[in-house]
Each structure stands twice: as structure tokens, then as C-alpha cells.
Write a protein that binds this ligand. Structure first.
Ligand code: PAF
Length: 281
């Protein structure tokens, strides 16, 4: 397994792989790998000749006062885990090379970027789409793998790929959860024992919402009210948003119908957790 930090070297490696008519599967990450990332890597390993992951804590997707500085990092552990999943290359760029002085270009996937997490974290998805496009241009993958836990991110990236005619496939794979249901996230390390136990309510409230929809409830407000009640019952939970939206436009629905994304974001202390469920009503 190689670690490549240099952008030109990464591009040259990928060019050579394509020259040999081999495919590249790509898993972009910010490191501090967990089973969610590993499940993406295993799938990418199976479906491609070569497997590249990137580890880059992208400064431009963090807002002022967010956790960029304290975001968990452990490169040697990430290296071991990557090796165990058969990664061929870790692309590990430096921020000063990704965004040299005078850097000016951004990608903005309009509308989809300004709702849900985008409304609470202005500029976040602009940072994500920009870095993901840069990573795609550097790694030149045939397929890139994302987790459904960050459903809005995957939807934004898919739209960017479609609108900008990028020649790669986006694969979005199911959320990996702890036994009790908490969605895996590198940010879970911020939670203390009590918060971790309480955070399971996100999954439980989503399950309740899905159950209500399956049993014929049609009014999203009632479903959201029930979710709100459940989440608020946990000590220390501060709701950022609960929304039921159309999966394609991410706009709120007035009535339950079609393919829907039920999305929640909740703070426990300073830690903001997100989760979602996708359902066809
Ligand atoms: O999901 C993440 O870890 C990041 O948002 C990504 C896609 C690697 C871009 O920095």
C-alpha cells in the first residue's frame, strides 16, 4: 500500500492505471476511519481493480467555531485499517497544496446545498462539493463510494456529477450502526457515555416515523411532532432540525407521498449528530 501526498504524483499514478485499462474505486474520507468507511472500502475493493482512499480533513467545509481543529485524527491507525481492507493507495494531501495561496474557485450546487444541514451550516456543502470535485480530478476514479448517513452530501455530489458531466459513478451505501442503532460517525468520539446512550433516540425516532408512514399516516407535521417529543425526552438533546423532504429536491412535503428522506440533526452538548431514513410512501 502506497501513501501519496503529492497531487501530480497521484494524478500520474491514476493515469498509468487507466493506461493499463484498469478501474479505480475511490472512497473519500476525512480519516479517523470506522466500520462505516470500512464497509465502503470493502465494496469498492470488490468492484474495482484498484482501490484509492483519501484522508483529508477539509478546512473549507467547516464553519467558524466548528470542530475543524479538534476533529479526530489518527493517521497510523487509519493506515493499518486501510491495509486490512486492501487499499492500494492512500491519497493524503496537504492543505497548502489543495488550497494554495490565491485559491479562488468553488463549486456550488444550488438549492440542494442550502437546506437541511446546509441551512444550519452555511457554506458547508460548497466546501464539500469543491473538495470532492478536486479529489475526483486528482484521483480520476471510475466509481466513488459514499455513506447514506450523509444522505444530503451524497445527493449534492450526485447532482454535481450529473450537472458537470463527470465520467464516474457514485455509489451510496447503507448506514452502518452500533448494535443499539447509533449511526457510526467519527464525531461519536466526542460523546460521553450518557450522551452516547441518549443519542440512540435519533434512530428510534426515525424508526417511529417510518412505522407511522407504513401504517398510513399522511401528515408530516404529526410525524415530526412525535419525533420531536421522543428526542426532547432525552436529557441534553437540542434539536437542530427534523424534516421530511422529497428525496430529489430536498424540499419539505406537505403530505406523505413518493420517495422521502426523513432527516434529523440533534446536538448533544457541543456535538451535532445527524441521521436519516429513506422511505417510499
Ligand atoms: O464525508 C466526508 O468525510 C467528507 O465530507 C468528504 C466527502 C471526505 C469531503 O471532505
Amino acid at each position: 500500500m502506497k501513501v501519496i501526498s503529492d497531487i501530480q504524483q497521484m494524478q500520474a499514478w491514476s493515469k498509468e492505471i487507466h493506461r493499463r485499462r484498469k478501474t479505480i474505486g475511490f472512497v473519500p474520507t476525512m480519516g479517523y476511519l470506522h466500520e462505516g468507511h470500512l464497509s465502503l472500502m470493502r465494496r469498492a475493493r470488490k468492484e474495482n481493480d484498484e482501490l484509492v482512499i483519501s484522508i483529508f480533513v477539509n478546512p473549507t467545509q467547516f464553519g467558524p467555531g466548528e470542530d475543524f481543529k479538534r476533529y479526530p485524527r489518527n493517521f497510523s491507525r487509519d493506515k493499518e485499517l486501510s491495509k486490512s481492507c486492501g487499499v492500494d493507495v492512500i491519497f493524503y494531501p496537504r492543505a497548502r497544496d489543495m488550497y494554495p495561496q490565491g485559491y479562488k474557485t468553488c463549486v456550488d450546487v444550488e438549492d440542494l446545498s442550502n437546506v437541511l444541514c446546509g441551512a444550519s451550516r452555511p457554506g458547508h456543502f460548497r466546501g464539500v462539493s469543491t473538495v470532492v470535485l478536486k479529489l475526483f480530478n486528482i484521483v480520476q476514479p471510475d466509481a466513488a463510494y459514499f455513506g447514506r448517513k450523509d444522505a444530503q452530501q451524497a445527493i449534492v455530489v450526485e447532482k454535481m456529477v450529473k450537472d458537470l458531466n463527470l465520467a464516474l459513478r457514485i455509489k451510496t451505501l447503507p448506514t452502518i450502526r452500533e448494535k443499539e442503532g447509533l449511526a457510526l460517525s467519527s464525531r461519536n468520539t466526542y460523546l460521553n457515555k450518557q450522551q452516547r446512550e441518549n443519542a440512540v433516540i435519533l434512530y428510534k425516532s426515525l424508526q417511529t416515523a417510518v412505522g407511522m408512514i407504513q401504517s398510513g399516516h399522511k401528515d408530516p407535521r404529526k410525524i415530526i411532532a412525535q419525533m420531536r417529543k421522543m428526542i426532547k425526552s432525552r436529557r441534553g438533546a437540542r434539536i437542530d432540525y427534523i424534516r421530511i423532504v422529497d428525496i430529489r429536491s430536498l424540499t419539505e412535503v406537505k403530505r406523505i407521498k413518493g420517495r422521502l428522506l426523513i432527516a434529523v440533526a440533534v446536538f448533544f452538548g457541543k456535538t451535532r449528530l445527524i441521521d436519516n431514513a429513506i422511505i417510499r410512501a
